[in-house]
Design a binder for this molecule. Sequence first.
Ligand SMILES: C=CC1=C(C)c2cc3[nH]c(cc4nc(cc5[nH]c(cc1n2)c(C)c5CCC(=O)O)C(CCC(=O)O)=C4C)c(C)c3C=C
Ligand SMILES: [Fe+2]
Length: 440
Amino acid sequence: MKDRKPDEPISTGPTSTSRRRVLIGLGAAGGALTGSLMTGTPASAQTENVTNAPISDKTQERQPFYGLRQSGIVTSRPANGMVASFDVLAKTPADLVRMFQTLTERIAFLTQGGEPPALDPKLPPADNGILGPVVIPDNLTITVSVGASLFDDRFGLKRLKPARLVRMTSFPNDALDASLCHGDLSLQISSNTADTNIHALRDIVKKLPDLLLLRWKQEGSVPALPVKAGVPPESARNFLGFRDGSANPSPQDSGLMERIVWVQKDSDEPGWATNGSYQAVRIIRNFVERWDRTPLQEQQNIIGRHKATGAPMQGGTEHDVPDYAGDPEGKVTPLDAHIRMANPRTHGSEANLILRRPFNYSNGVTKSGQLDQGLLFIAYQSDLEKGFITVQKRLAGEPLEEYIKPIGGGFFFTLPGVANERDFLGRTLLEAAGSAQPGN
Ligand SMILES: C=CC1=C(C)c2cc3[nH]c(cc4nc(cc5[nH]c(cc1n2)c(C)c5CCC(=O)O)C(CCC(=O)O)=C4C)c(C)c3C=C
Ligand SMILES: [Fe+2]
């Protein structure tokens, strides 16, 4: 059997590409048969010309749901991502347990895929049908995190708040829109296709109407780049045209991830939070019209890298390390370049590393006729203060500020993973609060 990297998606079932080729060969006339073969559709659907969306050879890629930690953090970033933030409508601790249990059950199903139950057609269908009669896994992960507001007076969780979890504050360059900020609970939904993410969100919204209310959401995408054997992967470009992710710590480096991403057992965090992480989300608008009229040299000085290759200013490849020690006056890489301010690469700045997992977004046109594009910035860290907050403070006054405007987001704590079928998201927290019975 072929060796598989820890986060490499698992492809199951018959080779989907070859199977699809056979099915495509059946042509339009074989539509009903195609639907039946591909999906094992119930008899009632077999008479219809069933189309399964989306069509790709990656629809059977599957990420694990059960584990010590949630998927979607050190998991390779797929092409499409979304953050959806919710207000929790649950009124009692018992309601909150029901909310987390239902959420767990839905995520377990959606991420692994399968056939929804066939209900009496006089009732609304069990599934929204966006993906066709059978729900495909499509590399889907749904990562659940909670905001500081969940730890208010409602559920008796106050004393259990993660030590560094605070409501996101406004930083000097921010122009935060209240309708795009904060929330009791966030879902980071990512998969191979935007439709799969929307399918999952619609399913969750439908199944928890009395417990969760959608507050804001932002979708984004990143171009899928070819993976070449034996060559470090190239980073996708953001909407400023620069490679984004070149210096990101490697999610495959599990020792590093223990230190910078995962809350450890022996930390000063509450015991229930072990194996969780802090999630910082920022919706950052890019003034792309202004950027596109900025000279290349200036753009490169602002970011601190070559635009074409992503290499540091001294040259090489995007994976080479910028040499700041040999450039103390910033003659090669300006002292106020984005990457130098974000990570000055001093001995002390090792403590401020974060794992970035951003997506580009394009929302249409603003009222004043500008493109509404930007970065759905998502970062994970074991210490929010040492991580995102310190790095963001360091970036204050950077020349890039003239081209970007953070307008939304929030700080959340990503819950520990779900161990098995008897476990559920948030169990360790709710048990510590006395709302759930130990023994799951
Ligand atoms: C507070 C954290 C950060 C925010 C917010 C942020 C916004 C932001 N970044 C870019 C573009 C690039 N960022 C790059 C590197 C980089 N950015 C941060 C942090 C934040 N960025 C860090 C820690 C780093 C790595 C620095 C290093 O270790 O050298 C790069 C270079 C390529 C890369 O390493 O990823 C680009 C390009 C935009 C456009 C943006 C807001 C819209
Ligand atoms: Fe950055």
